[in-house]
Design a protein around this ligand. Structure first.
Ligand SMILES: CC(C)(COP(=O)(O)OP(=O)(O)OC[C@H]1O[C@@H](n2cnc3c(N)ncnc32)[C@H](O)[C@@H]1OP(=O)(O)O)[C@@H](O)C(=O)NCCC(=O)NCCS
Length: 206
């Protein structure tokens, strides 16, 4: 970390900057395709109020340039976010009309995912805490900010939790998580997309 950089919990005033970073850093993911207004007014508005998650932001020169979302229970947070079908349906339909390529992934969400474990250690992927999202503004990537955010987030999480899951379909991101101590424990098949499931246990950080 530099002297000018600060990691702190996000407030609702940070949501606009968080959404801009999310859209710029992960343009090909499902969520950005649901639109800026959905992310701002529904997705992050719900997360910031929820006891099931916390968001950390990295601030440099008074500007948020990276953030991460930790869910205390990944499955429960996903259920909360998809509970209000009315708020989700219209952005989803708009997203699919603009990006037909989303259909196989959506179908996989509806059918449920097939998971294969690559490790003998049993983990209840639905109920353990999850690093739900992490992104740095493109010009700020590769300077150690993402690793700092993970370190701070895990410090908070491991005060009373023993493990953390992260899911990614990107090889680059998988290497980033492994560099930060996560181990590959399984894969999840979502239509054409294969998600790596990686886990870090608190005891490895002691
Ligand atoms: C992934 C991400 C949050 C990492 O934060 P960061 O501050 O760039 O990462 P750090 O500087 O701490 O670590 C650098 C490592 O991140 C990885 N990395 C760098 N750029 C990346 C990118 N565009 N996407 C994914 N991983 C990247 C590399 O493994 C790199 O290691 P190397 O320097 O040995 O090659 C950030 O690069 C990003 O926002 N990427 C795009 C969004 C994304 O892929 N998010 C994860 C979704 S699951």
């Amino acid at each position: 970390m530099t002297e000018k950089n600060l990691i702190r919990k996000a407030t609702k005033d940070d949501i606009r900057q968080i959404v801009d970073i999310h859209l710029a850093a992960l343009p090909d993911d499902l969520l950005p395709k649901l639109g800026k207004s959905y992310l701002q007014n529904t997705f992050y508005a719900q997360i910031i109020q929820s006891d099931l998650a916390f968001i950390l932001v990295n601030v440099e020169n008074d500007t948020v340039n990276a953030f991460c979302v930790f869910a205390l229970n990944g499955g429960a947070l996903s259920s909360l976010l998809t509970k209000n079908k009315k708020k989700l349906l219209i952005p989803l339909l708009r997203g699919v009309l603009k990006n037909v390529s989303l259909l196989p992934e959506l179908a996989a969400h509806l059918k449920g995912f097939r998971t294969e474990l690559t490790s003998a250690k049993q983990i209840d992927f639905e109920s353990i805490p999850e690093l739900y999202l992490i992104a740095a503004e493109p010009l700020s990537q590769g300077r150690g900010i993402g690793s700092d955010l993970i370190g701070e987030g895990l410090k908070i999480l491991f005060r009373n939790q023993s493990a953390c899951l992260v899911k990614t379909s990107s090889d680059k991101a998988r290497k980033f998580y492994q560099k930060n101590g996560f181990e590959l424990r399984g894969v999840e098949y979502r239509g054409k997309r294969t998600m790596y499931l990686l886990v870090i246990e608190a005891e490895t950080l002691l």
